[in-house]
Each structure stands twice: as C-alpha cells, then as structure tokens.
Design a protein around this ligand. Structure first.
Ligand SMILES: NC(=O)N[C@@H](O)C(=O)O
Ligand code: NI
Length: 165
C-alpha cells in the first residue's frame, strides 16, 4: 500500500488548499473593554451564488494512525470549515487536482486550538478526528444541490505518523 507521512500543518503549506485558522501573532483588534483579542476574518468563506452559509455540528468517530485513506471528496460549490470543539489535534488530508481527480495527497496534523477552512473544490479526506469526542462545528454551504464529488481510490494510501530520525 502506498504510504504518506504526516506533516505538521502551517499556513504556508496549507495555503494551496485552504486557510489555517489559529490565534497567531497579535490580535487584529482588542475588543470588549480590552478583555478580548479579535483575530479578525481569518478564512475565505465561499457559498456560491445559490448557497447560504450554514453552521452544523459533526460528531465523528475518532480514527487512529496508521490510517487507511481510500476516498477523497470535494465540494465544487462552496468552502468547508472544520472548527474543533475540543483542544485535540486532528488529521486533515488534502490533495491537488490532477485532471479532475485527486493528485498525491498530503496528510496534515493540526495542533490544539487550530481549525481549517477548505477552499471551494479542494480534494480532501472526510473529517478525521484522532481523539474523542470528535465534536466539530462545520461552516459550509447549504443549498439545494448535492455539492459533493467523491473519488474512491483504486489503491488506498496508508497514512503514518512521521517520526523524525
Ligand atoms: N459530507 C459531509 O457533510 N462531510 C464531508 O464533506 C466531510 O468533509 O467530512
Ligand atoms: Ni467535505
């Protein structure tokens, strides 16, 4: 089985696929009588001309590494943000488009307190928590069309935690 080593997510590495949402650097605004830092407008949301923004809650079964990846999907009509409601890292698998199918995937591990927003049309693995409770707020497109394209891999990948030498 083809292998993929995990990598720690950074805004730069993830930029071709989406936004890394995190408290990084000084706040953009200090609000609430100085008691809150606002890290303002940190993701490019996109719901298309016919869609609306929706907030859903996902409660997903935790997986463990090594993890077999056998399907990637994309949402051609909108972005999709995954905001953990716990401080646990989770696995974010994305891939470039290669002629209408996913190219070689990358497997990112988040750190506590980080969230991601997948840009419209980004190939990705489904939400993959690594710890219970697997509870996430999801901000994505609500609309009348399915907005989902799945690609089942003819040969799965095995995602393993990168262990630096
Ligand atoms: N299908 C659905 O609502 N969830 C997936 O899009 C996913 O990326 O987990
Ligand atoms: Ni999705």
């Amino acid at each position: 089985m083809r292998g993929i080593a995990t990598e720690t997510i950074t805004a730069q590495a993830f930029a071709p696929f989406g936004d890394l949402i995190e408290v990084e650097g000084p706040p953009d605004k200090i609000i609430n009588q100085g008691l809150c830092g606002r890290f303002h407008d940190r993701a490019k949301l996109d719901f298309g001309p016919q869609g609306q923004a929706g907030i859903s809650l996902f409660k997903a079964e935790p997986r463990s590494l090594p993890h077999t990846l056998d399907m990637l999907e994309r949402h051609p009509e909108g972005s999709q943000a995954f905001i953990p409601m716990s401080l646990d890292p989770f696995l974010v698998v994305v891939a470039p488009d290669a002629g209408g199918a996913p190219g070689v995937p990358r497997a990112f591990l988040t750190r506590e307190g980080q969230a991601v927003n997948l840009h419209r049309g980004t190939w990705h693995g489904v939400l993959t928590p690594l710890h219970a409770p697997g509870l996430f707020a999801v901000v994505d497109r609500i609309g009348a069309t399915p907005n989902l394209e799945e690609h089942w891999l003819s040969s799965p990948y095995l995602i393993q935690e990168n262990t630096p030498a």
